[in-house]
Design a protein around this ligand. Structure first.
Ligand code: SF4
Length: 419
C-alpha cells in the first residue's frame, strides 16, 4: 500500500483520495525516525481509537479542544476527541448532508458542514454522543450545536471567554472569576457534580506545561534540522497533538521524548541549512494534506507557526485559577493585529523567506484577517501566499498545488539572486 501511495504521489498527487493515504506515505518518507512514525500512528488512530475506548466504557466527549478543554476533560476522567479531526474522514456527501438535511447554506464553511455530516452519520450508532461546544467559535458552529442538540446529542456550549491582550486589572480579575464559574458549570455537565478534583487538575496543568516545554524544544531543534520532520507531521503534532495529546497523553509524551533524543543526536547538515526555504504557516490545520506535500517537494521548510505555544500556566496557583489564567494569558482575541504580531515575530526570529496564509472557503471573518495580513507583510517586503482550501478529504485542487509550488520556487529564485 505504502509503495503504491508513494508512486501515486510522485506521479500525480491529485490521484490521492484520502488523507489516510497521505499519512501512510508520510510514514514511508520518515522511515528513519521511529518517533515521527509513532506520532503519525497517533494522528491516524486518534478518532477511531477514542471511539473504540468509548464503546469499551471509557467516557469521551467531542470537543474543539484547544486551550482549556482537554486539560479539564482529562482531569475529569474523559477523553477529549477533537471534532475538527472528523474533516479528515469526510467526503462530499457529508457536506451534502449538512446542506440538504440540515439546510446549511451552500456557502457555509466546509469545516462546519463536515462536522455536521459526520455527527449525522454517527446518530444512533452507539458512539460518542456528547459535544462540548463553545460560544467562542463562530456562528456556523453555534448553529451546528443547535441542530445536533435537536437530533439527540447531549450538547453543552459555554459562554464566550475572550480577553484582548490589553485587558488587565479589575476587568481581567472579573473575567477570571467569570471563567472559573464557567468551568465549574462544564464540570457539572460532564460529571453531575459542580466540582473539580484539585490534585487531578494540578497534574493535568503540570502535564500541559511539561509538554509545551518539550514541544518548544522540538521547534528549536527543527531550526537546525529543517528537513528531519516534514510539514504534515509537524502541523498535526502542533495543532492537534499539543492540544489533545491524540487521546493518549502517555504515548504522546513518550513519542515527543523520543523525537527530542533523535533530533539531538542527528548531525547538523550545513547543506540543508543553506537550501532550506524557511516559511511561516499562518492558518488553521488544512485537511488538504497535498498542500504540505507540495511545500516539502518544492524545498520549503515550515519552521514558524501562528499558533506557537507561548506562556506556560503558573503552577503555584490553585489549579482552576491556573488553568483560567493560562487561557487568558494566551488569548489573542480582539483584533487581527494581535495575531499578526505573532506571525511577524516568527518571521523575524526565523528570518523567514515567506508566509503561507491558509483558511477555509466560507470563513468570511478569517478571510478578511488574512487579506489584511497579506497586505501588511507585502508592504514590508515579506512575500505571502494567501490560500483558501476546503475541509473535506481528498486531494487538493491542482490550482492550489500549482500556487504553492510556484510560491516556494519564487522564494528560492529570489534567494539565489541575492546570493
Ligand atoms: S473556519 Fe471560520 S467559519 Fe469555519 S469553523 Fe472556523 S471560524 Fe467557523
Amino acid at each position: 500500500m505504502s509503495a503504491l501511495v508513494a508512486e501515486k504521489i510522485n506521479d500525480d498527487p491529485l490521484e490521492i483520495t484520502t488523507q489516510k493515504e497521505y499519512l501512510e506515505y508520510s510514514k514511508t518518507v520518515h522511515h528513519y525516525s521511529k518517533a515521527i512514525q509513532k506520532l503519525i500512528d497517533l494522528i491516524n488512530n486518534y478518532v477511531p481509537d477514542a471511539e473504540k475506548a468509548y464503546k469499551a466504557g471509557q467516557p469521551a466527549i467531542w470537543t474543539g479542544g484547544y486551550r482549556w478543554e482537554p486539560t479539564l476533560l482529562y482531569a475529569l476522567g474523559v477523553i477529549p476527541v477533537s471534532y475538527t479531526e472528523m474533516g479528515r474522514y469526510s467526503f462530499r456527501d457529508d457536506m451534502l448532508v449538512a446542506e440538504d438535511i440540515y439546510q446549511f447554506p451552500v456557502e457555509t464553511c466546509s469545516m462546519v458542514k463536515c462536522s455536521v455530516g459526520q455527527w449525522h452519520k454517527r446518530l444512533n450508532t452507539g458512539t460518542i454522543d456528547r459535544i462540548l461546544g463553545s460560544s467562542c467559535m463562530c456562528e456556523p458552529f453555534n448553529l451546528a450545536w443547535e441542530v445536533m442538540r435537536q437530533k439527540g446529542y447531549d450538547v453543552y456550549a459555554n459562554e464566550a471567554i475572550y480577553r484582548a491582550p490589553n485587558v488587565d486589572g479589575p476587568r481581567l480579575e472579573s473575567l477570571v472569576q467569570f471563567m472559573g464559574e464557567q468551568l465549574l458549570d462544564v464540570a457539572e455537565w460532564v460529571t453531575g457534580k459542580r466540582e473539580i478534583d484539585e490534585e487531578r487538575l494540578k497534574e493535568e496543568v503540570k502535564r500541559k506545561n511539561r509538554l509545551l516545554v518539550k514541544f518548544r524544544r522540538v521547534l528549536d531543534l527543527r531550526i537546525t534540522h529543517p528537513f528531519y520532520m516534514k510539514t504534515l507531521p509537524i502541523i498535526l503534532t502542533l495543532s492537534v497533538g499539543v492540544n489533545n495529546y491524540f487521546g493518549k497523553p502517555l504515548e504522546f509524551e513518550a513519542a515527543l521524548d523520543e523525537l527530542i533524543v533523535e533530533l539531538e543526536n542527528e548531525p547538523i547538515q550545513e547543506e540543508d541549512l543553506k537550501r532550506a526555504i524557511t516559511l511561516v504557516w499562518a492558518g488553521g490545520t488544512g485537511q488538504e494534506f497535498g498542500v504540505y506535500e507540495a511545500i516539502d517537494l518544492a524545498g520549503g521548510a515550515l519552521l514558524g507557526f501562528r499558533d506557537v505555544p507561548f506562556k506556560l500556566a503558573d503552577e503555584s496557583l490553585p489549579a482552576l485559577e491556573s488553568l483560567v489564567r493560562y487561557h487568558y494569558a494566551n488569548s489573542r482575541a480582539g483584533a487581527g493585529v494581535y495575531t499578526r504580531n505573532v506571525i511577524e515575530s516568527e518571521v523575524e526570529k526565523l528570518k523567514a523567506k515567506g508566509v503561507i496564509l491558509y483558511g477555509y472557503i466560507g470563513c468570511s471573518f478569517a478571510s478578511i484577517d488574512r487579506e489584511m495580513w497579506r497586505r501588511y507583510f507585502h508592504e514590508k517586503g515579506v512575500p505571502c501566499l494567501n490560500l483558501e482550501g476546503s475541509f473535506q478529504t481528498g486531494a487538493p485542487s491542482g490550482q492550489v498545488l500549482t500556487r504553492v509550488r510556484a510560491f516556494v520556487e519564487m522564494l528560492d529564485s529570489n534567494r539565489q539572486k541575492l546570493g
